[in-house]
Design a protein around this ligand. Structure first.
Ligand SMILES: Nc1nc2c(ncn2[C@@H]2O[C@H](COP(=O)(O)OP(=O)(O)OP(=O)(O)O)[C@@H](O)[C@H]2O)c(=O)[nH]1
Length: 332
């Protein structure tokens, strides 16, 4: 069974759905594919045999694509075991094995279903969105609102990034584009007060999802922690068990810096998922694996372009297909 067939089986998706999602990833991940497919193809051409040197070079290729040293070490160990188990001699056979192991190492022991966006049915779900300015926070909130609305949900946005007037205006523009209401106050007002207004509006309008923007100042960790804690207190008081998701927006093109930001935010608040933007803008797509494995936080969405439809629910199979499409298609 080829990799694509496994992709269809695993998620019980129709052929059309799989093709549509795979095409999005294939298109958005051109830059990363050049690094991964290009270098691994070259490696396979140079080493007919799978030996220690082959693994050493493979290790270098993966590390240079921001996959993270610890993740790469685990992956190489797993690959070595698989090579023994299947008695693989010919490096050609490694294409499929590497693809499959990347998916496995991404999920670890987790069930992919538990890594999806967790929303309540029949009652209000609150999503808190955090991240530094410029990472793509506003854009991602707009795209997510659009996506949830097109699934038939009533969505409201709360402009909790009151630090900059620009942030409120920008969210307003995205709200208009997505066709959802934006609850706001003037710049400089208390973010917790804006979120409180958002919750009140969401309750009285019987909305399904409230997405709350927050300011992303990292310069002062104590301030950040205090502000997020205050916002969370208000949410918890008004809606028990909320927020249902705390999504951290990270810019994939910033590599190790994104990992460091994630660590700081994870210390400041409980992050339940990552939105990794601008994956289309980097050749080092391995960052997805580093984030998942080094922080134990699932990547729930990836940004594959600037358009309204370009925020995709993360799917490790489609991601690996995006990295290796040319290589895997040759084999089908
Ligand atoms: N290519 C690409 N560009 C993206 C993606 N996501 C966001 N961007 C762009 O990144 C830039 C920054 O996005 P914003 O949404 O303004 O960033 P922000 O984090 O909200 O920044 P503040 O408004 O300052 O908080 C914009 O030009 C977006 O179009 C993506 O997935 N791919």
């Amino acid at each position: 069974m080829g990799f694509m067939d496994k992709l269809k089986n695993k998620f019980q998706k129709s052929e059309e759905e799989v093709e549509e999602v795979s095409a999005k990833y294939k298109d958005g991940m051109k830059k990363s594919r050049q690094t991964f497919s290009g270098k691994i193809n070259d490696l396979i051409a140079r080493y007919r045999k799978v030996d220690e040197e082959f693994f050493e070079e493979l290790e270098e290729v993966l590390i240079s694509a921001d996959t993270g040293v610890a993740t790469v070490m685990d992956l190489i160990d797993e690959l070595k075991m698989e090579v023994k188990r299947q008695n693989i001699k010919d490096s050609e056979q490694m294409k499929e094995v590497i693809s499959e192991k990347l998916v496995e190492i991404y999920y670890g022991d987790e069930d992919p279903k538990t890594e999806k966006l967790q929303l309540q049915t029949g009652q209000l779900s609150i999503i808190l969105v955090v991240g530094v300015n410029g990472a793509g926070k506003t854009t991602s909130i707009g795209k997510l609102a659009h996506q949830l609305k097109s699934e038939g949900k009533q969505v409201i946005l709360a402009a909790g990034d009151t630090f900059r007037a620009g942030a409120i205006e920008q969210l307003d523009i995205w709200g208009e584009r997505a066709g959802v209401d934006v609850i706001k106050q003037t710049a400089g007002s208390d973010p917790a007060a804006v979120i409180y207004d958002g919750i009140k509006a969401a309750k009285s309008r019987k909305a399904d999802v409230l997405i709350c923007d927050t300011a992303g100042r990292l310069q002062n960790k104590v301030n950040l922690m205090n502000e997020l804690a205050k916002v969370k207190r208000v949410i918890e008081r008004e809606v028990p068990q909320a927020p249902h998701e705390v999504l951290l927006v990270l810019d994939a093109t910033t590599g190790q810096n994104a990992l460091n930001q994630a660590k700081t935010f994870a210390e400041a608040t409980d992050v339940s998922g990552i939105v990794l933007t601008k994956l289309d803008g980097t050749a080092k797509g391995g960052i997805v694996l580093a984030i998942r494995n080094e922080l134990q936080i699932p990547v729930k969405f990836v940004g594959l372009g600037e358009g309204m439809e370009d925020l995709q629910e993360f799917d490790a199979h489609a991601f690996v297909y995006g990295l290796f499409a040319d290589m895997l298609e040759e084999d089908e």
